[in-house]
Design a protein around this ligand. Structure first.
Ligand code: NAD
Length: 260
């Protein structure tokens, strides 16, 4: 059980982050939600989670492309929940184009949100975790933190960077009761992937269902999507005492993608 633990999950108003927030709350952790979306819907999500799992759930809409906002979000988590024991750096965006056509502003935004925010989050949270001599940092990288695909130069660079930053933070905190790991999902059917499927269907003159099959066949021996619930279950395990000596590791949950 994670009763008494306080977790910040960035980018948790949707997709994988929401799956992780739900899974941590189900184990009794209090949760700070973050991410964009309709204010009314987010407030309903917050109160629904509180009611369903009888834990405190807070929300802050910090824009993680801004370094000072990341540090402030970590502080707000401590103010609202009393501590920060589990940090899940999950917020991320995608954009696809060949290198020579890749817009510079998209490169900057992806590096800021997918990579730099992970650094700023860890930098802000590690002192409090060290003081308590307990902490769990879970960085959501990707299969693209380990291997490449075309048209994803910024994303692949950022996710490889996340895996590297994870290893450094892990070895620095190895004797402070803190573990730092990266989860590397393959395909998960979230709004981030649904947008890619729609673009692909438009380009190929097909439909989303056809592109789903093709997308999986291109990269994953196992022809099914992982779910936000499954990523949440892995985050719960990494937060548990059973995972106390797993640190500095990129953990694939990808239907065999990077193995073949
Ligand atoms: P999603 O689009 O469903 O959710 C992204 C979340 O991040 C949302 O809550 C959004 O509001 C938030 N966000 C975006 N920009 C933000 C910003 N500047 N500040 C604060 N919050 C911001 O996407 P997802 O698929 O759930 O992706 C979550 C993470 O998982 C990302 O890091 C992504 O790269 C990674 N990932 C996804 C897949 C997949 O197949 N879906 C695979 C591997 C890794």
């Amino acid at each position: 059980s994670l009763k008494g633990k306080a977790a910040l999950v960035t980018g948790s108003t949707s997709g994988i982050g929401l799956g992780i927030a739900r899974a941590l709350a189900a184990e009794g952790a209090s949760v700070m939600l973050n991410g964009f979306g309709d204010a009314g819907e987010i407030e309903k999500l917050r109160t629904d989670l509180e009611a369903e799992f009888s834990v405190k759930v807070a929300y802050d809409g910090a824009d993680l492309s801004k370094p000072d906002k990341v540090a402030a979000l970590v502080q707000k988590t401590q103010d609202a929940l009393g501590s920060i024991d589990i940090l899940v750096n999950n917020a991320g965006i995608q954009f696809t184009a060949p290198v020579e056509e890749f817009p510079e502003a998209k490169w900057e935004a992806i590096i800021a949100i997918n990579l730099s925010a992970v650094f700023y989050g860890m930098k802000a949270a590690i002192p409090a975790m060290k003081k308590k001599q307990w902490g769990r940092i879970i960085n959501i990288a990707s299969a693209h933190g380990l291997v490449a695909s075309p048209h994803k130069v910024a994303y692949v660079a950022a996710k490889h960077g996340v895996v590297g930053a994870t290893k450094v933070a892990a070895i620095e905190t190895a004797n402070d009761g803190i573990t730092v790991n990266a989860i590397c999902p393959g395909w998960v059917l979230t709004p981030l992937v649904e947008r890619q499927l729609q673009d692909r269907a438009k380009e190929a003159g097909t439909d989303v269902e056809t592109e789903k099959k093709k997308m999986l066949q291109e990269t994953q021996p196992m022809l099914k999507f992982s779910t936000p619930e499954e990523i949440g279950a892995l985050a719960v395990f990494l937060s548990s005492d059973g995972a106390a000596t797993i640190t500095g590791t990129p953990i694939s949950i990808d239907g065999g993608w990077v193995s073949h």
